[in-house]
Design a protein around this ligand. Structure first.
Ligand SMILES: NC(=O)c1ccc[n+]([C@@H]2O[C@H](COP(=O)([O-])OP(=O)(O)OC[C@H]3O[C@@H](n4cnc5c(N)ncnc54)[C@H](OP(=O)(O)O)[C@@H]3O)[C@@H](O)[C@H]2O)c1
Length: 272
């Protein structure tokens, strides 16, 4: 689809870079010859099916050869990444690295901050992103295609929205995992055999939760419908609500957003 482009993913051998790089190749967004992956060791797994993918250890060379530069190293590793992006599109996956820092460190004004999550690996990732004014319509079309190759995506209206979504989306699968852990602990404490308890929890958290996506019903309507039914589900839901379920979720999201803001502040001492 974008066969004329060369995309360089710095840190593309890592969890997220590898998942999104491979998804773009699988979905034909990019030609394998149009992908460059860098890692410090030069050892990169996950691209064996595409021997044409280029490997690099020098990020400056990658930045020179690529039309689009993707930053997928950990935030604390970014200080060691030296690139001169000129006016090329730069897309960062890094949590807690601000646009201001990205602009200063890359030298480009065409910069996008995005927040995918670990579910990119299974093509089920929702990715919000925020772009600077200088990002073009063609840049937006590529970015949309990149993230649709591994799930769904939206451009958001402000960097503050992206900071908030760092806590909601970036943490991704962790919140359902916490719910699953709590359900499982209760079932085991009630003496259920582990195999049955694990299969029951998986059935609820992974399988039954897909009803929400399929019938398109807003979550509040689904909860209300269950409460109105006045059965065992209503009793369970009401007790969870009365015990502070929603307040606990709100406190968790507030804490995750605050952590994202602190991270942004700690990584905002740009070089130069
Ligand atoms: N994983 C998630 O669920 C998730 C969710 C939201 C956001 N993110 C963000 O995505 C970014 C990547 O996360 P990840 O989970 O994919 O991390 P990761 O698995 O640790 O991958 C980072 C990769 O960067 C490479 N690297 C480090 N320094 C480098 C350098 N100077 N030049 C080239 N490559 C370098 C590492 O390979 P070598 O050691 O071989 O160099 C490694 O493969 C992070 O900034 C994180 O905040 C991740």
């Amino acid at each position: 689809m974008f066969s004329e482009l060369t995309v360089g993913i710095i840190g593309g051998g890592g969890w997220l870079g590898r998942s999104i790089g491979a998804a773009m190749l699988e979905k034909g967004v990019l030609a394998p010859t149009g992908l460059i992956i860098s890692s410090r060791s030069g050892q990169v797994a996950g691209f064996d099916a595409w021997p044409e993918v280029q490997l690099a250890t020098d990020n400056r060379q990658l930045a020179q050869r690529a039309d689009i530069i993707v930053l997928s190293v950990r935030p604390e590793q970014f200080a060691a990444v030296e690139i001169e992006a000129a006016d090329k599109l730069v897309i960062s996956f890094m949590a807690g690295v601000s646009l201001a820092t990205l602009l200063k460190r890359s030298g480009s004004r065409r910069v996008i901050r995005a927040m995918p999550n670990a579910a990119a690996e299974i093509g089920q990732c929702y990715t919000p992103w925020f772009a600077t004014e200088q990002v073009t319509a063609a840049d937006r079309a590529f970015t949309q295609a990149m993230f649709e190759s591994c799930g769904s995506t939206d451009e958001v209206a402000s960097e503050a929205d992206l900071d908030y979504l760092t806590g909601l989306v970036g943490s991704g699968a962790a919140y359902p995992a916490l719910l699953a852990e709590a359900l499982l602990a209760h079932a085991l404490a009630r003496g259920l055999p582990r195999q049955v308890a694990e299969r029951a929890v998986r059935g609820v958290v992974v399988e039954a939760s897909q009803l929400l996506g399929r019938n398109g019903m807003p979550p509040a309507d689904m909860v209300q419908a269950m409460l109105d039914y006045r059965g065992t589900t209503a009793a369970g839901l009401q007790a969870m609500i009365d015990a502070g379920f929603k307040a606990a979720i709100a406190a968790g999201l507030d804490a995750a957003e605050a952590a994202a803001q602190r991270m942004k502040a700690s990584y905002s001492q740009p070089k130069g």
